[in-house]
Design a protein around this ligand. Structure first.
Ligand code: GDP
Length: 526
């Protein structure tokens, strides 16, 4: 690709993650977007009918959920001159680590909220993860075809609970059975729920803010009320601020109904205009910025997923391309080992099929078949300049179990399974300082359940997990470490890099320790 072609291709990319509390409508809106992109022809393709609710935290459900969010975890389509990459994220808080890593690979996020429910617990947690990343966040208030909460109420709640400014891009005219349309502030038009004389959009008069010409809503009291609301908003509400939006300090809010495909196109169009194209990434090696249009290829692995397709039993490393162009068969260097490798097996993810990708550029996500070369966070690059992209932050685990194989004769599959699942980032692995026994750490209990299930199903290894409960994990400076400092209240373990850390029984044990050894430096991750 010529430099100008690469630049054009990069400028077209819009790569974002979509987050929501389970059942808010993430799948439905994703499907509508895929329909616009011509990737699927019929709604209902992405996910089969659900037989239950994920929030019940039944691990069988996780597997079902995994079936969907995995095969469709990266989707790509073209729309109005843009190439869009959507990354799905797991809804459950126990997988927030996974969500965070996915957020590292995107340039913006879309948050879907059920307008009848408002900000739910899970939205709060996912949002927090999103906010840490400092990328633009766009909000879609869904299910307007149902009676929901007052829009102003929803925005106030969003601002208070999430500590972000809201800026409504449009405003509902009615809701539920009384839904008439959207007063589209950004596009200066009214979008009708039921088209009138074949028209869906009615332009506004910029002076009066009223519909110009023939208006089916002219005598509608809800429409009149909307005009008043919008006027109040414009006078007293937040001012539209692109700078704040760019940093995730203000969120543009769109109303609509994914199920009835109302407001989705408007959302998609505005979103694609406002969301940033891929930006530069810092090279940790020399602190220089790697521009996305740099002709040398670079990228990092943000997710590794094993056995996505039970018929294939393969393992895929997901790479976010940060610069240059990917060509099938190209040679790259793996920064961690300095080893050269040839990338000749890649796969691109579509909603219902996998197709071989031949070319992809900065902003795109590629899936590479992996035979155990990659770890989460690995950087790869072409050319001579060594590149290390910013590391993926690690969460400090909060729950821990001791783990051992049920059948000691099956050590081989046990070790293989643990090693691979840990490389995937499914759980964190620690070894007891003295005995060498394995301890697993996770952000949420469900991660262990998935681990146990997958060990059995994918590696034929039955594992015994003995809870050691919630613990407070802190890394300790190896220079200051004396193994005699450990006790049952503060277990001494090594992390996967061999760095020592204490697992304290609780905050009390931590305080006791810092009181006893005031000079010993303890650190936490995210
Ligand atoms: P997810 O768990 O966030 O992916 O949510 P889904 O997209 O699976 O939607 C959960 C449920 O809400 C499904 O039964 C959808 O049909 C329904 N749903 C999604 N969007 C809307 C909407 O705009 N209006 C209504 N009435 N239902 C919706």
């Amino acid at each position: 690709m010529k430099p100008t072609e690469l630049k054009d291709a990069v400028d077209k990319r819009r790569t974002f993650a979509i987050i929501s509390h389970p059942d808010a409508g993430k799948t439905t809106i994703t499907e509508q977007m895929l329909l616009y992109g011509g990737v699927i022809r019929e709604a209902g393709t992405v996910k089969g009918k659900k037989s239950g609710h994920f929030a019940k935290s039944d691990w069988m459900e996780i597997e079902k959920k995994r079936g969907i969010s995995v095969t469709s975890s990266v989707m790509q389509f073209d729309f109005e001159g843009k190439r869009v990459n959507i990354l799905d994220t797991p809804g459950h808080e126990d997988f927030s680590e996974d969500t965070y890593r996915t957020l590292m690979a995107v340039d913006a996020a879309v948050m879907v909220i059920d307008s009848a429910k408002g900000i739910e617990e899970q939205t709060k947690k996912l949002f927090k993860v999103c906010k840490m990343r400092g990328i633009p966040i766009f909000t879609f208030m869904n299910k307007l075809d149902r009676d929901g909460r007052e829009p102003l109420d929803l925005i106030t709640e969003l601002e208070e609970l999430l500590n972000i400014e809201g800026y409504p891009m449009n405003w509902p005219i009615g809701m539920g059975k009384g839904l008439k349309g959207l007063y589209d502030i950004a596009n200066q038009r009214v979008e009708l729920y039921h088209p009138y004389n074949g028209k869906t959009y009615l332009p506004l008069n910029p002076e009066t803010g009223e519909v110009e010409g023939d208006n089916p809503l002219a005598d509608d009291s809800i429409y009149q009320q909307t005009l008043d609301d919008v006027q109040l908003l414009m006078e007293a509400g937040n001012k539209f601020d692109p700078e704040k939006i760019a940093h995730g300090d203000q969120t543009p809010i769109f109303f609509g109904s994914a199920l009835t495909n109302f407001g989705v196109k408007t959302f998609l169009q505005s979103f694609l205009k406002m969301a940033p194209a891929p930006e530069a990434h810092k090279n940790e090696v020399d602190d220089h910025e790697i521009e996305p249009t740099n002709p040398e290829f670079s990228g990092f692995v943000f997710k590794i997923q094993a056995n996505m397709n039970p018929n294939h039993r393969d393992r895929i490393a997901f790479v976010r391309i940060c610069s240059g162009e990917f060509d099938k068969g190209m040679d790259v260097t793996l920064h961690r080992t300095g080893k050269q490798m040839r990338l000749n097996n890649s796969t691109e993810f579509m909603a219902d099929s996998r197709e071989q990708v031949s070319t992809a550029v900065a902003g795109d996500i590629i899936g590479l078949y992996d035979t155990g070369n990659f770890q989460i966070g690995d950087s790869i690059y072409s050319g001579k300049q060594d590149a290390e992209l910013p590391p993926l932050p690690q969460f400090t685990p909060e729950v821990f179990v001791r783990v051992s194989p049920k059948n000691v004769m099956k050590q081989k599959s046990y070790h293989k399974g643990i090693q691979q699942l840990v490389q995937e980032g499914a759980v964190q692995l620690y070894t007891m300082y003295n005995s060498g026994d394995y301890v697993l750490g996770a952000v949420g209990q469900l991660q262990f359940e998935v681990f146990q299930f997958r060990m059995l199903n994918e590696y034929n290894s039955e594992v015994v997990m003995t809870p050691i409960g919630h613990r407070v994990a802190r890394w300790v400076d190896p220079e200051q470490l004396d193994p005699n400092m450990s006790s049952s209240r503060n277990l001494l373990v090594k992390d996967i890099h061999g760095d020592p850390m204490f697992l304290f029984e609780n905050d009390f044990a931590l305080r006791w320790f810092t009181g006893k050894y005031p000079d010993v430096k303890l650190t936490a991750k995210l």
